[in-house]
Design a protein around this ligand. Structure first.
Ligand code: FES
Length: 105
């Protein structure tokens, strides 16, 4: 079963900035690129680095450790050394709130 998680108001996220939210199970990053909000887990699929310290580039995040790049819409790894996707969370805007779709752990 999926669970919804409210993570804040739409206007609390500034474009090209990453905010971090801690849940009981993990750390989630939320960012805004253009008018779109993206949410992803703060764990690089290559070696577990905190990717929230990385650089946003177009619709991607670049891991600060070995510079793997991930698409923020799909989570897909776009270059070596990562081959696996990062975990992303579908975002829904409800009124002025950001809601994430979380699958059960
Ligand atoms: S830990 Fe992220 S690219 Fe290696």
């Amino acid at each position: 079963m999926n669970m919804k998680l409210k993570v804040g108001k739409v206007n609390s996220v500034t474009e090209n900035e990453i905010i971090k939210i801690s849940t009981r199970d993990t750390e989630i990053c939320v960012t805004k690129i253009g008018s779109e909000i993206h949410a992803f887990e703060d764990i690089c699929s290559h070696d577990g680095e905190s990717i929230s310290e990385g650089k946003l580039e177009n619709n991607c995040i670049v891991c600060p450790r070995h510079l793997a790049k991930f698409d923020l819409k799909t989570g897909k790894a776009l270059c070596m050394p990562a081959t696996e996707p990062i975990r992303i969370f579908p975002v829904k805007i409800v009124g002025d709130e950001i809601e994430l779709e979380m699958e059960d752990f």
